[in-house]
Design a binder for this molecule. Structure first.
Ligand code: GCB
Length: 926
C-alpha cells in the first residue's frame, strides 16, 4: 500500500478521535477538523503531512470531458516567499490544508485590530498519467481572493484579478506526463492586499484571502467547447419567445479546435424535460480551423406547452450540447434551462409569467462562523434551503458573485436572484479600475447566464457612501463608469434587468446615476442609523412621486441584534432582539402597503464578518435574522409566518427564555388577585410581561402552565400578543393554532419553557430572599452573559429597592470592541458623572463586583475618580486609561457587610473629569 493511502486512512481517524462524535452536522465537523488541522500536535502533523504530500495521481478519466477535484492536500504558507513557484522549492515546513481555504478565518475575529491582507502561497504536486497525453488540460478556480498567479512547473500559467468570479487557465503545454520529472508542481500565489484597481475598495464585509472555493482539473479533447470564455460553460441559452403555449430556445457557443487540421464538426443540442424526455433536438455543422475557434447559434422549433419555471414550481429542463467529430462524440456539456418571462412596472411592481408577484426576499453573504468564506457546498445549499423554507421567493447575492452551487440551488428551489459585482462605497476613477470592473461584470454574466433563477444583474452598491471628496469631477467619473457598465451589461445580456442599490441621500438623483439602471434598489435604514421607521415609507412615496417611471425594489433594510440583549422598551441601536423584530414588522407592513414597490430583500439573512465592526459582538454585522452559525432568531419566524404557505406557529420568545422582572414594576398581581382569577397561585408574586406568537393560522390559543389565556385572532402582521403572568421559576407556554375553531392535532402547537427570575421591588422581602442582582448600568436592556447571569436594565433608585441616584447614560459609539471579555454590551453602556447606586439589601455579607471600561478618552489623567462603598474608599484615584488602556474590560471585586439595615451604597466621586461605571453585581454570600 502506498504511504499516501495509509496516511489518508489513519489521519482522518486521528482527527475524528480528537474532534469528538462524527455524527455532528457536517459543517460543525468541518469547522472542528479545520481547527485541528491548524493546531494539531506539530510533530505528528508533520509526519502525516509528509505522507499526505505524495502526488495526487490523475489517470483513466472517463468520457470525452472530465473534471477532477484538486481540493485536497495543498501545502500552504501565509506569506510571500521568493521561488515558491519552482518545483525544487522546499516547502517542508508549510502547513497542509484542504480547499476551500482562507487564511483569515481566525484573525478577522481576534482582538487585534486588522487582519492579514497580503500574499499567501499554495503548492501541490500532481502526477498526470501518460494516457492523458493529447488531452487539453485546464485548471479551473471557482474563486481566489483576490489576485491569483498560477504557476505550473515554475512557469506562469495565468494571472487573474478579482476575488469573486471563476477563472480558468490552460496548462496543456506546461504539464509533464507520467512520472516524468517527478510529476507537476502547481503553485498559486494568492494576494488579498488592497489594490486600488480592483473592487471592492471598501465595504462592510471582510475580504477573506485565499483559495476559498473549489479547484478543478478539466480535461477535454482537442476539439471542445470553449473553456476559456471568461470561465463560462461556453454555451449560452435563452428563450427568444416564451409563453404558456409555446417557446423557442436559442443556443449559442464556441467550438475550439487545437488539432493540427481544420475540422467540420456537428453540434447537436438535445433539450430534455425533468423526466429525461427529449422535447427538442437542434443540430448544425460548423467549420473550425486548426488552432482556431468558431461560434455557432441554433434556434429551436417551437416547443408547445412548455412547463414554466416559477418560484412555486421551478421546473427545469436540461440542454445537452454534444460535439461530434465524424461519428464520435468529442465533447459534452450540460446546462439548465428554464422557461419564464418577467417584467417590472413602475406602478404595479413585478410580474413573472404574466402574473404579479411581490418579491419577498433577503440578502446573503457567503461566510460562516469559524470558517470565514471557505464554506462547503453543503453549507451553500443548506443556506438557500433555509431561505426557501422561510417562504422567500427572492434572494440578492450581496455584494458579489457567489459559488456555482448557490446558483444551481436557486434554480432548483425557485429563488429569484439578483446578482452583482463588488463595486461598493466608492470607485477609483482610473482606466485600470474600469477595465477590471468590466471583466468582473462579463465574468459574472457569462458564468451564470444559463441560470433561469437570475433575473437581475447589479454593478454598484451605495457607490456614493465613502471615498474621496465627492467633487463634481468624481461624481461625473462615477456616472461614466455606471454608464459603461450598464452598456456592457445590456450588450452581454439583453434578457435580464439591470439594477443598482443606493442609499438615502439626494446625490444619486442629483448626479444622474439613479437614472442609469432599469430598476433602482434603495437600501434604507431609517429607524436604525437615524430617524424613525415611518421615514422609510415616506421616502419611498417621495421617490415614486418624483420619479414615477422608475421601478423600485427595497434592496436592504434591517437592524442589528444580539440574542443576549432584551428589552420591554426597545430603542434604536440597542441591539435587542425586540427592536430588530419591531423594525422588520414595521418595514414589511410599509412595503406591502405600496403596490409600486416591486419587492424587497431584507438585510441580512445571516450575521456576517466585518473585521472593523464593533457592535455588541465585535467583528460581526449582526443584522442577520439568523446568527453567524445559522441559528434562526425570532424574527425569522415572523417572515415564515408571513411568506410561507406551510402552517407556522411560533412563540416568538425563543431568544429570550430567561426573563426577569418585578411584579410591582410591571403592574403588580399579588397573591389575592391571582387567587381570584382562574390562575392558581404558585408563588407569592407574578409579573405580567407580553409574549407574542407568530402564526399563519387564523386563530391561536395561548396556555401558560396549562391554563388558557384565551384565543386571539392573528392580525395582518401574522401575530397576536398575550399579557402573560409569569411566576418565579419555570413557566411552560404553549400556543396552538386553530383553523376553524376546531383543533385536534398536537403538531399545530408550539411549546417553550421560560425561566422567570422574579425580582421583588423590596429587596428585603422575606418571600423572595435576596440572593443576587446584576445591573447593566447605563442601559435600558437586559443582558444575559455566557454564565447565564441576567444583568438587569438600569433603573432609578426607589426606597426599599435598588437603583442609581444621579448620573447619565452614555451610549456606545459606532465601533467599540471591548478587549478581555465577550460581554461587550455590558461595557459599551455606562453611567457617567458623579453618581451613587443604592441597594436596600438585608443585613449580611456580600460580594460586589464593579465593571468599568474606558471607552471615550485616549489619554491618561483625563478621568480620575474614587469609588466608595458604604463610605469606605475602595478604589482610589482610578484612571482607567492609565492603568488599563482604552477599551479594556476591568472588573473589581470586593467583600463587605451590610449592617444595621443600611444596605449597600456605591459612590462614584469625581477627581478629574467624570466617573464612569458599566455594571454592578451584588451577591449575598452564604
Ligand atoms: C448597507 C450596505 C451593506 C451594509 C449595511 C449595514 O447599506 O449595502 O453592505 O452591511 O448597509 O449593515 O450597514
Amino acid at each position: 500500500m502506498k504511504l499516501a493511502t495509509i496516511a489518508s486512512i489513519i489521519y482522518p481517524l486521528l482527527l475524528m478521535t480528537s474532534t469528538g462524535p462524527v455524527n455532528e452536522p457536517n459543517h460543525r465537523q468541518a469547522a472542528k477538523t479545520f481547527e485541528i488541522q491548524q493546531r494539531f500536535f506539530p510533530a505528528v502533523r508533520e509526519l502525516f503531512t509528509q505522507m499526505l504530500q505524495e502526488n495526487q495521481i490523475i489517470s483513466n478519466l472517463a468520457g470525452p470531458r472530465s473534471r477532477v477535484s484538486l481540493n485536497n492536500s495543498w501545502k500552504f504558507l501565509r506569506e510571500d516567499v521568493k521561488g515558491a513557484e519552482l518545483p525544487r522549492y522546499n516547502d517542508a515546513g508549510w502547513s497542509v490544508v484542504n480547499l476551500p481555504h482562507t487564511w483569515n478565518a481566525e484573525d478577522a475575529f481576534d482582538e487585534v485590530p486588522g487582519y492579514y491582507r497580503g500574499a499567501g502561497w499554495y503548492r501541490k504536486t500532481l502526477e498526470i498519467d501518460s494516457n492523458l497525453k493529447g488531452k487539453n488540460l485546464f485548471l479551473y478556480f471557482e474563486a481566489v481572493n483576490q489576485v491569483a498567479d498560477v504557476f505550473v512547473n515554475g512557469k506562469l500559467a495565468c494571472h487573474h484579478e478579482g476575488g469573486y468570479s471563476a477563472f480558468a487557465c490552460e496548462v496543456t503545454d506546461l504539464v509533464n506526463f507520467g512520472g516524468e520529472a517527478g510529476g507537476n508542481t502547481i503553485a498559486i500565489k494568492a494576494d488579498n492586499s488592497f489594490n486600488e484597481n480592483i473592487a471592492p475598495l471598501s465595504a462592510d464585509f471582510t475580504f477573506y484571502g485565499g483559495i476559498y472555493r473549489d479547484v478543478w482539473l478539466i480535461a477535454t479533447e482537442p476539439l471542445h467547447i470553449n473553456v476559456l470564455d471568461f470561465a463560462s460553460p461556453g454555451i449560452y441559452i435563452d428563450t427568444p419567445t416564451v409563453s404558456e403555449e409555446r417557446a423557442t430556445v436559442r443556443i449559442r457557443g464556441t467550438v475550439v479546435n487545437s488539432t493540427a487540421e481544420n475540422k467540420q464538426v456537428r453540434v447537436k443540442n438535445t433539450i430534455t424535460d425533468a423526466r429525461g424526455k427529449t422535447v427538442a433536438s437542434l443540430e448544425s455543422s460548423v467549420n473550425v480551423p486548426t488552432n482556431g475557434k468558431t461560434t455557432f447559434e441554433q434556434l429551436s422549433e417551437s416547443i408547445n406547452n412548455p412547463q414554466l419555471w416559477s418560484t412555486d414550481n421551478p421546473y427545469l429542463y436540461t440542454v445537452a450540447t454534444n460535439i461530434y467529430d465524424g461519428d464520435s462524440v468529442v465533447d459534452i456539456v450540460e446546462n439548465p434551462l428554464g422557461f419564464r418571462w418577467f417584467s417590472f412596472d413602475a406602478e404595479k411592481g413585478f410580474f413573472i409569467n404574466g402574473k404579479p408577484l411581490k418579491l419577498q426576499g433577503t440578502n446573503r453573504h457567503q461566510d460562516y462562523k469559524g470558517m470565514g468564506s471557505a464554506v462547503s457546498n453543503e453549507i451553500h445549499r443548506s443556506d438557500l434551503q433555509m431561505i426557501k423554507d422561510m417562504g422567500a421567493n427572492f434572494l440578492r447575492l450581496a455584494h458579489y458573485p457567489q459559488d456555482p452551487v448557490v446558483l444551481q440551488t436557486a434554480d432548483q428551489l425557485g429563488l429569484i436572484i439578483w446578482e452583482e459585482i463588488p463595486l461598493v462605497n466608492y470607485i477609483t476613477p482610473s482606466q485600470a479600475f474600469t477595465e477590471t470592473s468590466k471583466v468582473m461584470l462579463t465574468e459574472m454574466i457569462r458564468q451564470h447566464y444559463n441560470h433561469p433563477s437570475v433575473l437581475m444583474w447589479g454593478y454598484m452598491n451605495e457607490i456614493f457612501l465613502k471615498g474621496p471628496e465627492k467633487t463634481p469631477e468624481y461624481q461625473q467619473k462615477t456616472l461614466e463608469l455606471a454608464q459603461i457598465l450598464e452598456k456592457l451589461l445590456r450588450q452581454e445580456d439583453p434578457t435580464r434587468t439591470s439594477v443598482m442599490a443606493m442609499h438615502r441621500i439626494p446625490l444619486y438623483n442629483e448626479a444622474g446615476i439613479a437614472d442609469v439602471p432599469q430598476v433602482v434598489g434603495w437600501n434604507i435604514y431609517a429607524g436604525w442609523y437615524s430617524g424613525v421607521f415611518t421615514d422609510f415609507g415616506k421616502f419611498l412615496d417621495n421617490q415614486h412621486e418624483k420619479f414615477p417611471s422608475r421601478p423600485i425594489i427595497v434592496s436592504e433594510y434591517g437592524a442589528d441584534s444580539d440574542s443576549r440583549l432584551h428589552s420591554l422598551n426597545p430603542q434604536r441601536r440597542d441591539f435587542t432582539a425586540e427592536y430588530q423584530r419591531r423594525l422588520h414588522e414595521s418595514y414589511l407592513q410599509q412595503i406591502e402597503a405600496r403596490a409600486f414597490v416591486a419587492g424587497s430583500s431584507l438585510w441580512n439573512q445571516f450575521d456576517f464578518g466585518v473585521e472593523d465592526r464593533g457592535g455588541s459582538i465585535p467583528h460581526l454585522n449582526q443584522k442577520g435574522i439568523q446568527t453567524f452559525d445559522r441559528q434562526p432568531k425570532d424574527i425569522y419566524f415572523f417572515y415564515q409566518a408571513k411568506f410561507s404557505k406551510n402552517p407556522v406557529i411560533y412563540i416568538a420568545t425563543r431568544e429570550w427564555l430567561q426573563r426577569s422582572g418585578s411584579a410591582q414594576a410591571a403592574g403588580k398581581i399579588n397573591i389575592e388577585e391571582s387567587q381570584n382569577s382562574q390562575l392558581p397561585a404558585k408563588s407569592s408574586l407574578s409579573t405580567v410581561q407580553p409574549v407574542e406568537v407568530y402564526s399563519n393560522y387564523p386563530k391561536v390559543e395561548l396556555f401558560v402552565n396549562n391554563q388558557s389565556l384565551g384565543m386571539k385572532e392573528i392580525d395582518s402582521s401574522r401575530q397576536a400578543t398575550w399579557d402573560v403572568p409569569f411566576q418565579n421559576g419555570i413557566n411552560v407556554i404553549k400556543a396552538c393554532g386553530f383553523q376553524n375553531n376546531s383543533f385536534s392535532k398536537e403538531e399545530t402547537c408550539d411549546r417553550v419553557e421560560i425561566n422567570f427570575n422574579e425580582q421583588p421591588l423590596n429587596l428585603a422581602d422575606p418571600l423572595l430572599p435576596f440572593k443576587e442582582l446584576a445591573v447593566n448600568a447605563g442601559s435600558d436592556a437586559q443582558f444575559i452573559d455566557d454564565n447565564g447571569i441576567i444583568w438587569e436594565p438600569d433603573q432609578e433608585y426607589q426606597p426599599g429597592s435598588w437603583g442609581y441616584i444621579a448620573g447619565e447614560k452614555t451610549p456606545p459609539a459606532e465601533v467599540e470592541n471591548i478587549r478581555g471579555t465577550t460581554a461587550d454590551p455590558l461595557y459599551q453602556m455606562m453611567r457617567t458623572g458623579t453618581h451613587r447606586y443604592r441597594f436596600d439589601v438585608p443585613d449580611g455579607e456580600y460580594e460586589i463586583e464593579l465593571l468599568f471600561a474606558e471607552r471615550l478618552l485616549k489619554e491618561a489623567n483625563q478621568r480620575v475618580f474614587n469609588v466608595k462603598i458604604n463610605n469606605q474608599i475602595l478604589l482610589d484615584n482610578l484612571d482607567l486609561f492609565k492603568q488599563y488602556g482604552m477599551f479594556q474590560a476591568v472588573n473589581q471585586t470586593f467583600k463587605l457587610k451590610a449592617v444595621e439595615g443600611k444596605g449597600i451604597e456605591i459612590q462614584l466621586i469625581a477627581g478629574i473629569g467624570e466617573p464612569v461605571m458599566s455594571g454592578i453585581r451584588v451577591r449575598r454570600l452564604p
